[in-house]
Design a protein around this ligand. Sequence first.
Ligand SMILES: [Zn+2]
Length: 518
Amino acid sequence: MLATVESATVIGIEACRVRVEIDVSFGLPHFQLVGLPDASVRESRDRVRAAIRNSGFDFPAHRITINLAPGDLRKAGPAFDLPIALGMLAATGVIAPPALAGIVHVGELSLDGAIQPARGLLAIAAEARHHGARALLLPHDNLAEAAVVTGLRLLPVRSLVEAVARLNQPPDEWPTPSPLSTTRSTPGTLGTLGTLGTLDLDLSDLHGQAFARRALEVAAAGGHNLLMIGPPGAGKTMLARRLPGILPPLSFDEAIEATTIHSVAGQLRPGVGLLAERPFRAPHHTISDVALVGGGATPRPGEVSLAHHGVLFLDEMPEFDRRVLEALRQPIEEGRITVSRALRSVMFPARFVLIAAMNPCPCGYQGDPKRQCRCTPQQTARYRGRLSGPLRDRLDLIVEVEAVPISALTEGPAGESSAAVRERVLKARTRQLARGGRARVNAQLAGAELKKHAALNTAGRRLLERSAEKLHLSARGFHRIVRVARTVADLAGAEGISSEHLMEALQYRFIESTTETK
Ligand SMILES: [Zn+2]
């Protein structure tokens, strides 16, 4: 008796169909799994056997062969448990085999027959609809994310017994396809689906630090990476955490991409449908390169991809392992990361605004009027030198955040609200998008596009050339300042870049000559 069950797996962030073929024939009891399963899939045998028995069904005492097709695709993870168990129950007559036709089945089984949530259900649901599946049978805990895909019939189940009952039911008794619309819901509704809490942080909570706030606004407006240098307690982390709140709201397509990545990484909380806010990721400086950029035997997205369409915050940047920082270069330049495995390479999207923070010196108190810095110039130089030239080249804004008394950060007149700042950011972004072309934000301007959209007048060019000499600017450094000046002009609603805009951009190159190797 042969049964075929449709299932799916996720490679990178894309779903691929997998066909589970189950053959139950007479012969000595034997349970064999073929078709490039990894160790986690091979363990299915034991879970399926226990789950079938503990759900009150008979486990066939026959020769059982299970094939996962296509054979050249490495199958990983426990989500084939449910299709394997259902196929065996179909092969032994518990389920009428036609009941399984056209349905995609995904789920991990516990020994007692309960169904555990799986990774990547949003991508799998999208793929199932794309291929015209009749329905998707899935773990109940994954319902919210799968329901983001419209026009697909979803059969959420909590146990093997429930799955069998559902499949033996006539389809006209199944729930109707998800009625959610594909257009973006109101932010309030989405907020209840997948709030991350970063939007509760408002810039109005932060008093003082006018210069750093302005740098944050420029970073948001032009998508520029920002490094803040300042002593502990200056408010660097408070500032960074408020960046998502002044970036444009997530578009529906961006939300789908970000949610898919979180789902594949197993980082989506049960009940969360679509992420409604830009992600904010702040990995600790002890993170490994694999955890930062992704990888592993079954490649999973790393922090850079979890930050996709959002913010990656690296506090105490020089403390990160040099190899880890070097691994950032590809995602910063290309907006994606390629993870190569023995069998295939996998691409994860990773476009984020990088916010980095560091102390001015190893002890943190250089330049502090109240505390004495005890670092030698050599120690400080070595500390700053840990940020390699190529990485610094990708930080368009480098600003000093001065120490202020804690009371000044939280007391006194309230700062401008995030909503007010976001309005200016949105206007500046609209100007950038209206130019068309490859670069969607000024931070991506390069080559001909940079020349065309960020042309300098004679006075501006002279000003910049004088500064370049004084600051020992490289060609890259020169371009950074022009890109930032373009954003300052966009924030001002100006068509061309004026000397005033350039002067402001030049302020965002704090201690250029001391942090940059010549
Ligand atoms: Zn010091």
